[in-house]
Design a protein. Sequence first.
Length: 82
Amino acid sequence: MVAFIGLGIQFNPFGAAPPLWETLTTAYGLTYVVPMLLERLWLKRFIRKRLPLLQVAPYILTGFLWQPLLEAIKSVVVAFIK
């Protein structure tokens, strides 16, 4: 999971890739969020065993969207603390 999120971050078509150490730490941190996100969006139900690309696609997409995800997590944490 970390590898596929890292690939999504490094090959992000929406912006420049961060340094490798930042990519690995961000990908590792997102591994705690991605399973809950996939359960909320009901994406696991649509992933088929026959197509291996569809099994890793949500993780690569999470890598593409890592900045908005971290901003959303930050705003939730700040709202919770207040």
